[in-house]
Design a protein around this ligand. Structure first.
Ligand code: SF4
Length: 465
């Protein structure tokens, strides 16, 4: 049975917690919520804020005047976990001086059984711990804490449903909508399937209703989220595929854009690519993480595609839409990556001509298969390879962005640009950063900009209207 957010807020636990919040809060019921990591985590953090607000909390930007501190953690790399433990170390002093402050650890890291052991042994000042599929248990856990439990925790996987009104969103014009949770792919470097479980798609009906609500409220960009959105619906009997879902969302009236992440190349079917190309509200950009250009490394990564298969997707898009915008994640220095394997990645980058790449030097993540692999490549060599990749990408992108010069592009204006006073920035349908001079009142609206200049990460131009 799924747990609805409204049930969470009206439960008897929630009613009792509201009384305790009034009774025990020294700072007037202020909560500090910090989300680390990816957009899915940020979206979860917004839901946690929604629950806390329903319990009587308001929010502060500093943990040093909070009654409740919630760290919504990320587990993707060991360095991400170290950051959380470092933050806990900083908070320890504040907590010692203010023992009534409630300290909560949530998110991916909190879903790992080893975290519970580590908190018990090294961070006994943590009060509450819960995993990514137990958000709905927050009132119950708070009640247990107020009633004297030393460490209240819940790592169970609940089936939870949150709607458009259940989140406290950071933006008034960009909204994220998770469409599925978990991952079935088991890439050998990734911990996600172990901490977020197997793929679970939300019902299309619920997603459509949520997007309709958001559009009616004036949101201009809807970001559909999942670890692998391309396999949306595979677990729903008779349900929609991701391509069908995009087409259905595209029919919702109003001016808004639909974006999505992340995509796995093995599930990027022609049906999906056609939907992206043909739906006018779907951004003309695909973030398609290739990770590397070597078939032998892709095999060791357990990615289930070859460089050739990946290039077929690129060619399919570019044959139908010249200059179609692509971006990617690329990992350098996967265990035992040879010079020849790395050069295959350079060749692929040169061939695809990405507008943007997000690069990482592989770092060991305990609990994954890759962490057990031999790795003879020295770190210094990995850093040199990274520099070579970045140099190539800068050349590729400088050339790439020039294709927009002379075009007038529609832009969703996002905020002030660092260019200087009077400058704004936004993103085009192709997810290109566009800078131009204009009035702040344009933020959160669509504008047309004629592109006059290009750099290796953005373009700039003149406001047309
Ligand atoms: S597709 Fe691979 S990298 Fe992405 S979340 Fe799943 S296991 Fe991790």
């Amino acid at each position: 049975m799924s747990i609805q957010a409204c049930d969470v807020k009206t439960s008897s636990e929630a009613q009792q917690v509201r009384k305790y919040v009034k009774m025990y809060s020294r700072m007037g019921g202020k909560a500090y919520v910090h989300s680390f990591g990816c957009q899915l985590n940020v979206s979860d953090g917004e839901k946690m804020k929604g629950i806390l607000a329903s319990l009587g909390f308001t929010f502060t930007e500093s943990y040093e005047n909070a009654d409740l501190i919630l760290l919504n953690t990320c587990a993707v790399r060991e360095s991400a976990e170290d950051t959380v433990y470092g933050t806990l170390g900083n908070i320890k002093k504040y907590k010692k001086q203010n023992p009534g402050v409630i300290l909560i650890l949530a998110g991916c890291m909190a879903s790992e059984p080893k975290t519970l052991d580590k908190v018990r042994s090294h961070y006994p000042f943590v009060d509450i711990l819960f995993g990514t599929s137990a958000l709905s248990q927050l009132p119950k856990l708070l009640l247990e804490h107020y009633e004297g439990k030393k460490l209240a925790y819940d790592m169970t996987e609940y089936s939870e449903e949150f709607g458009a009104d259940d989140q406290i969103r950071e933006s008034t014009f960009k909204a994220s909508v998770p469409i599925m949770f978990g991952c079935n792919n088991f890439c050998t470097y990734c911990i996600v399937p172990y901490v977020r479980g197997r793929e679970r798609s939300r019902s299309a009906e619920v997603i459509i209703r949520e997007v309709e609500d958001l559009v009616a409220k004036g949101y201009k960009e809807i970001m559909l989220l999942g670890q692998n959105v391309n396999s949306y619906g595979n677990d729903l009997e008779g349900g929609m595929s991701f391509a069908q879902l995009l087409r259905r969302l595209n029919e919702i009236p109003g001016e808004f854009w639909i974006r999505f992440m992340s995509s796995h190349p093995k599930d990027a079917t022609p049906e999906l690519l056609d939907a992206i190309l043909e739906c006018d509200k779907v951004g003309k950009h695909l973030h398609l993480p290739v990770q590397c250009g070597s078939d032998t490394v892709l095999k060791r990564m357990n990615r289930h595609y070859t460089a050739e298969k990946y290039l077929e997707i690129v060619d399919y898009l570019r044959a139908r839409s010249e200059g179609f915008s692509l971006s990617s994640d690329i990992m350098v220095g996967f265990p035992d990556e040879t010079e020849a394997e790395f050069e295959d990645t350079l060749k692929l980058v040169e061939r695809v001509k990405y507008d943007n790449i997000y690069t990482f030097i592989y770092s060991k993540r305990s609990g994954t298969a890759a962490a057990e692999m031999e790795d003879a490549t020295p770190d210094a060599q990995k850093r040199v390879r990274m520099e070579r990749l970045l140099t190539l990408q800068r050349q590729v992108a400088t050339e790439n962005y020039r294709r927009f010069i002379g075009q007038t592009v529609r832009v969703l204006v996002e905020g002030e640009s660092k260019q200087g006073e009077g400058w704004l920035f936004g993103k085009s349908s192709a997810y290109t950063i566009v800078e131009f001079q204009g009035d702040q009142s344009l933020i959160g609206t669509f504008a047309d900009v004629k592109i006059t200049d290009a750099r290796n990460w953005a373009v700039s131009g003149v406001l047309v209207k």
